[in-house]
Design a protein around this ligand. Sequence first.
Ligand SMILES: NC(=O)c1ccc[n+]([C@@H]2O[C@H](COP(=O)([O-])OP(=O)(O)OC[C@H]3O[C@@H](n4cnc5c(N)ncnc54)[C@H](O)[C@@H]3O)[C@@H](O)[C@H]2O)c1
Length: 430
Amino acid sequence: MSYETDLVAKAESRSAAFGIIGLGYVGLPLAVELASAGYRVVGFDISGDVVSAVGTGKSHVKDVSSDVLAPLVQSGRIEATREMGRLGEVDAISICVPTPLSKTKDPDISYVMAAVQAVAQAVRSGQAIILESTTYPGSTRELLVPRLRARGFRIGEDVFVAFSPERVDPGNTEWHTRNTPKVIGGATPACQRVVTALYEPVFDTLVPVSSPEAAELVKLLENTFRSVNIGLVNEMAIVCDKLGVDVWEVIEAAATKPFGFMKFSPGPGLGGHCIPVDPHYLAWKMRGLDYRTRFIEVASEVNSEMPAFWVRKVAEQLNEDAKSVRGSKVLVIGIAYKKDVDDVRESPALDIVRLLQQQGADVSYHDPHVPELNEDGVKLRSVSLSAKAVAAADCVVIATDHSSLDYRMIRGEARRLVDTRNALNRKIGP
Ligand SMILES: NC(=O)c1ccc[n+]([C@@H]2O[C@H](COP(=O)([O-])OP(=O)(O)OC[C@H]3O[C@@H](n4cnc5c(N)ncnc54)[C@H](O)[C@@H]3O)[C@@H](O)[C@H]2O)c1
């Protein structure tokens, strides 16, 4: 039997074992879906804390409930380990490690390289390796394939390689790992057949594309699309502010057009691990090919100006009471990068806090999902959101519109308010 036939048969009988490298926001939900579909899953992570939490059935990822994880761990469907040498035990490996930016906004592929290195050391014939981390076009063929070939393996015959971008949207209760269509780009037709067979029982819809490069670009197009459109509405917020027009009224009215318009909302800037980061992977790749991706640059410029725009709004509000930013008490509500998540990575609220502190404000924050902050020099603990705390602030800034907050109380008690998300009007009306 060929390795291809063997793997497809193991997928059909669910007797294949899966390895997940990186048990974070992406890897842990994927592990749960694979196990729920009937596969045995071994999670590999370099963090001892993550491995011991998952090993005892405790989820550290908000979208994965411990009630779902624990039975899968207890029944042996999911285990977690730091022993990368065990990668040779499994039939398929999904790589879900971080792909951040360096200080100079260039791709930091060190985590992917470490994972690829671990795979290259343990790989054996008959394995499928799927890269899920968002990365620049060409990564799968340039970073992964040569290391497998160097071990003497033939791609599409001995081992099978694909890029399949993870599209998870943390906090989204409607679209999750299983029902979000899964794009797969195999390095060869046999690779495509094997990975399609492996993922078929796990995802409701599979979307095959012709190559890993196409799959890599799908993910970058999606996130660049968001970044550019958010940049456009953020610029519109600045334009409307200068013209004295309510940007949200304009957007809501434009959104009534039944065709040709898609609604995006302005806010404090971009946050999270994807939208502010991923387009730079594409921009970096294109610089190497002597092409400047202008939309990406302009969107990034506008989006990263937004925290300063909102801090100017705070200064204007304080000015109404003849106060300066220096010495004023400012309460920032919501620190996570978007509503109902606990992730503060790249959160624009952190920039707002930092800018206010630099200007001498006495800043406190409340976030029901982030009890304490220790990020890039910002070290604070969440204060309770009492009417007294809101009334005591010279200005309140709504940076993230978490669902559970008492917006009526906030509006009633705040002396001055800057609402970067239009949360008050949306939730309780004008
Ligand atoms: N978070 C999202 O919303 C999201 C959505 C879609 C795609 N992605 C992409 O998925 C990838 C993973 O992102 P994430 O948010 O899950 O990251 P994360 O930081 O939540 O998790 C990554 C995990 O990988 C582990 N790790 C790092 N290096 C490792 C190594 N060499 N071997 C084993 N484990 C290692 C870390 O300890 C961590 O637990 C990134 O490329 C990201 O761009 C993320």
